[in-house]
Design a protein around this ligand. Structure first.
Ligand code: SAH
Length: 338
């Protein structure tokens, strides 16, 4: 059985020809899979019946299954996707009432190796990288299941995308070409692997970059994010400047406010110093509690004060809306369990 989500247009053409059909049939198939998000061949009504039968015998659109689906009060939907080898990862669809955007948050790995102390994915250990088509399949699943068209993709699910560089860059290319999502609407979030950020700048398609900074004090950052021991804040800064120079784009700095640890006045001051010469926006994420966690949520007052202190330095600051916390779909809560 061939999995058609593995194939781009020219590969679909080869596949169709190998089945003894005319090449143009591939275009029809391509549009059913990627534009109309058909999940089976019976829906492909303008494809003649005997070819549809042949397809049923020899192929499937996706080789993944929805193992579990949860819908939050706020409309966020979380899917646990099971891949061919039985491994699972989560993806999330976020809708915002006042915006036309539909954002898919995708996973790039089953588990993660980075070991951030506040993150549920880290606690689940690392199993394997996802293939490019497995990343694409997450978006196709969302579209097939909801009948909606995803407009934005964020690599903010499970895994560290820059540790699965080749598959992630291939996925970005296919999200752009096959799913027709503009490169500016694709965001990659990384915990800060400086060397790979530079490599990313040489890709044919460079996504919008978000950095999980979370702390501008090296000692404390080391305690919560082991990556700081390998690529410290100053190396990270250099890579971010390189990204800004090379692409002309701004980076988004994600910053988790952990009560009493990263949300203090002193930490706000350190962050202001760190970003004073950087083209960036700041996205503050109030800490989302995970099981057996030693960290606390910030208070509303401390959150607003932190925001105010940054804004007084002339930076654009947003507070990330908490989405899907009631179904453990919020940032850092994806553990991939059934
Ligand atoms: N590995 C990549 C992609 C994951 S993105 C990265 O680190 O950027 C998921 C985002 O949620 C990251 O910014 C991550 O640091 C943040 N996060 C993790 N645990 C969290 C928690 N408990 N509360 C709030 N945000 C969290």
């Amino acid at each position: 059985m061939e999995t058609l989500a593995k194939l781009n247009l020219s590969q679909l053409e080869e596949f169709v020809e190998a089945l003894g059909e005319k090449k143009f049939r591939a275009k029809q198939l391509y549009s059913w899979i990627y534009t109309k998000s058909a999940d089976n061949f019976d829906k492909m009504t303008d494809i003649k019946k005997d070819f549809r039968e042949k397809l049923k015998q020899s192929a499937v659109v996706l080789d993944t299954k929805i193992k579990k689906k949860q819908v939050s009060k706020d409309g966020t939907i979380k899917y646990l996707i099971e891949f061919q080898d039985g491994k699972c990862a989560e993806c999330v669809l976020m809708r915002f009432d006042n915006r036309a955007n539909l954002s898919a948050c995708v996973s790039s790995q089953v588990g993660c190796l980075m070991g951030c102390d506040f993150c549920a994915t880290a606690k689940s250990g690392f199993q394997r990288n996802l293939e490019a088509y497995e990343i694409l399949s997450q978006i196709l699943t969302i579209q097939q299941d909801t009948g909606l068209k995803v407009t934005n993709v964020v690599f903010m699910g499970q895994g560290e995308p820059l540790n699965n560089f080749d598959n992630v860059s291939e996925a970005i290319k296919r999200i752009n070409e096959d799913l027709q999502i503009g490169i500016r609407r694709i965001t990659l979030s990384t915990c800060g692997i400086a060397q790979k950020i530079k490599e990313l700048c040489s890709c044919e398609l460079v996504p919008t970059l978000a950095i999980s900074l979370h702390c501008a004090d090296s000692e404390i950052r080391k305690q919560i994010m082991p990556v700081e021991k390998k690529y410290n804040l100053s190396e990270l800064k250099e890579a971010l400047k390189y990204y800004c120079d090379k692409t002309g784009k701004r980076v988004t700095l994600e910053y988790i406010l952990i009560g009493g640890l990263t949300d203090t006045k002193e930490m706000a001051q350190k962050l202001c110093e760190y970003i004073s010469d950087l083209k960036c926006n700041i996205n503050l994420i109030p800490y989302n509690p995970i099981d057996c966690s030693k960290y606390k949520k910030p208070t509303k007052k401390d959150t607003m004060l932190f925001k105010y202190l940054l804004e007084s330095q002339g930076k654009k600051v947003t507070i990330r809306l908490e989405r899907g916390a009631d179904i453990d779909a919020a940032c850092g809560q994806l553990a991939g369990k059934a």
